[in-house]
Write a protein that binds this ligand. Structure first.
Ligand SMILES: [Cu+2]
Length: 339
């Protein structure tokens, strides 16, 4: 009888890990938020506010031609650049992101996000280009489609991105326009739809999000960035009341640039004959990454309710349009506080 009880207990334990917990999904635990790089993953209860700050740094180094590594010399031969001097060698993109959330009802949570970008690119001739400033302002509404008593829920994200980021950043000489990848915004109003699924058990949580960015029209420099598709799948393991670990798979696909910057059209010799950074068909890529994250949720004292999160992402597969820099790694650090 005792043996049977033990067996039943073991069975009940293993089932409870796989099965959902009693009651609805809750954000009030360390794995109650998705990995820090996922935006609009959770909703709030009516009247609740949240502020967040994220710092993200991405390193890119070496050239890819499609999905294979290539050299600057081969790129010159294959794509007819004048020489390899101005082809990219490495780049660092730093991003500071401020966010706010407010739930106007239990069905609708509003979200706003503004970025400050700092880009630094070195060319093959070891000269560098820099750009920094505000990025595009994103405003979204999150709508609760369904919530169940077993820890599952699904919500819709509908957002717009306003073209507040500059798209006429220039080299230090003040005349030559910087490549597409060094500009701070899209220059277009973008529609940002997404669908988010969440689930929770006693010790685990998981989620999936599919979404994208649809550019509406051309910007005032006569082009639009490629549309973007995003998909993310993540899982979290609650270690204690304050700590959790997460793993994430992320995929995005962004198309080529449509149209061409008017400076590039006017001065092809100084731009697209020199560097892939100015060629519309050498923009956009498919990238799959794997990420690991650590989350801390403060439960007591004066920092009660504050969250800290760290995530590291590394590419699993990458295919660029034309010749572009290869993504190396991405580190993200975030703080969030809800009240
Ligand atoms: Cu929030």
């Amino acid at each position: 009888m005792k043996k049977l009880t033990t067996k039943l207990l073991l069975l009940a334990t293993s089932v409870s890990i796989l099965n959902a917990h009693e009651g609805p999904w809750t954000a009030g635990r360390p794995d109650g938020h998705a990995p820090i790089t996922v935006m609009g993953d959770h909703m709030h209860a009516m009247g609740e506010w949240m502020l967040s700050y994220r710092f993200m740094t991405m390193d890119m180094e070496g050239l890819l031609d499609g999905s294979s590594g290539t050299s600057a010399a081969s790129a010159v031969t294959n794509y007819g650049f004048k020489d390899m001097m101005m082809l990219p060698k490495e780049m660092t993109m730093d991003m500071h992101m401020l966010g706010a959330m407010y739930a106007i009802s239990d069905k609708w949570t509003l979200m706003g996000m503004l970025n400050y970008l700092d880009n630094d690119m070195t060319m093959q001739n070891d000269m560098s280009m820099e750009s920094n400033g505000l990025g595009d302002l994103k405003l979204s509404g999150l709508y609760d489609l369904a919530s169940w008593d077993n820890g599952r829920r699904v919500h819709l994200n509908v957002g717009i991105s306003a073209p507040t980021g500059a798209i006429d950043e220039r080299k230090a000489d003040g005349t030559t326009i910087l490549p597409y990848g060094m500009q701070l915004g899209s220059g277009t109003w973008d529609f940002l739809p997404a669908l988010t699924f969440l689930g929770q058990t006693d010790n685990y949580s998981w989620g999936a999000q599919v979404g994208g960015a649809l550019r509406m029209g051309d910007n005032d420099r006569d082009y639009s960035l490629g549309n973007r598709f995003d998909a993310a799948l993540w899982g979290g393991r609650k270690l204690s009341d304050s700590f959790s670990l997460s793993a994430k798979f992320d995929y995005f696909s962004q198309g080529e640039v449509d149209g061409e910057d008017k400076y590039v059209t006017a001065k092809p010799m100084m731009t697209k004959n020199m560097s892939s950074g100015y060629r519309a068909d050498h923009q956009g890529r498919d990238l799959s990454t794997f990420g690991l994250g650590l989350n801390y949720y403060c439960r007591n004292g004066i920092f009660k309710g504050h969250r800290l999160a760290l995530e590291w992402e590394t590419p699993m597969s990458e295919e660029v349009n034309g010749v572009q820099l290869e993504t190396d790694s991405i580190w993200s650090l975030g703080w969030q506080y809800a009240w």
